[in-house]
Design a protein around this ligand. Sequence first.
Ligand code: XMP
Length: 326
Amino acid sequence: MSSNVRPESMARITTPELANAFIEEQVAEVRAQVGDKKVLLALSGGVDSSVVAALLIKAIGKQLVCVHVNHGLMRKGESEQVIEVFGKALDANLIYIDATDRFLDLLKDVSDPETKRKIIGNEFIKVFDEESAKLEGISFLAQGTIYPDILESDGVKAHHNVGGLPEDMEMELVEPVKLLFKDEVRVVGEALGLPHAMVYRQPFPGPGLGVRCLGAITRDRLHALREADAILREEFDNCGLAEKVWQYFIAVPDFKSVGVRDGKRYEGWPAIIRAVNTTDAMTATIEEIPYSVLHHITDRITHEVEGINRVLLDLTPKPIGTIEWE
Ligand code: XMP
C-alpha cells in the first residue's frame, strides 16, 4: 500500500464495514509511523482534510495539531463548523486563525482573477508558515491527498491547491487517504462520525468566494455574496435539489443596475445563480430548476440581502463557460 500506484486488486470501500476495516488498518499504520511525535495538519474544512483530521484524531488524539486559517472567503458558517466539529465535538488540538483582514487588505483594488488567486495562495502559505514556526516539536505533516490528486499531479490542477504548503517544509508526510477516491473518502468520513453535510460538501475552490466576488473584492459585496449563497443553499436543501445537483453557487459581479425599493431608486448588484451537473468537472450541464423555486429564491435574495437588486440564472454549459466565473 505504500507505493503511489493503487493496486488494481484493492477493493473499493463502499460500505461502513469496509470503511471501519480501513480505519482500523490506518490507525495502526499511523501509530506505527508517528510514534509519540507530533503531526501538523492544515484543516480547510473540505472533505479530504476533514476526514484526515478525524482519522488522525482517532489514531493519535492530541498529538495532531490542526491549523484552520480563515481567509475571509469562506462560505457562511464554514469556519464556525470547523470549530464546532473539531474544536468542540472531537476535542481536537485546533488552532484557529482569523486572517480575514490580512487577505482582504491585500486583495483591495485587485481585479485580475489570476492575480487574486496568486495573492490568496501565497498569503495562505505565509500565514500557515508563520503559525507552524510558532509550534515546537512537529515532526510530521499530514495531508488530505487523495488518489485523483496523485493521478493529476501533472501540473494541470496546480492552481487548485490553495492549501498547498511550502515546499521547503521538511517534514515527513502522513497521507492516510492517498489511495482512496473521493466517494470512498466520504464513506470513511461517515464511518468516523463526521456530519453528513461536511462529508458530502460540494466542491469549493481553495480561493473560496474570492473567485465568485468578481473583479476587485469589497467587503460589502463579499458580504452580500455570502448571504445570497447561504439562501441558495438553504433553499436547495429545502426542495431536495442539494442532494441532486453537483455544484451550485452565487457569483456577484462588480457592477450595479438601477432598481426600485420602497418607492425609491435602489442601485444594486445582480446575484447570478449557477447550478451544474458533471462527473469530472471537465464538462458540465445545467440543472433545470423549477420556476417556483427560482421565484422563491429571487424573492428571498432581493428582500433579505442588502445591496442585491436582481437575480439572474446562468444557463451556460461547460464548455463554453467554465464552472466558476472568476
Ligand atoms: P472551472 O471553473 O475550471 O472549475 O470549470 C472546475 C471545478 O474546479 C473547481 N475549482 C477549484 N477547486 N481549488 C479547488 O479545489 C481551486 O482553486 C479551484 N478552482 C476551481 C470549481 O469549483 C469546479 O468544481
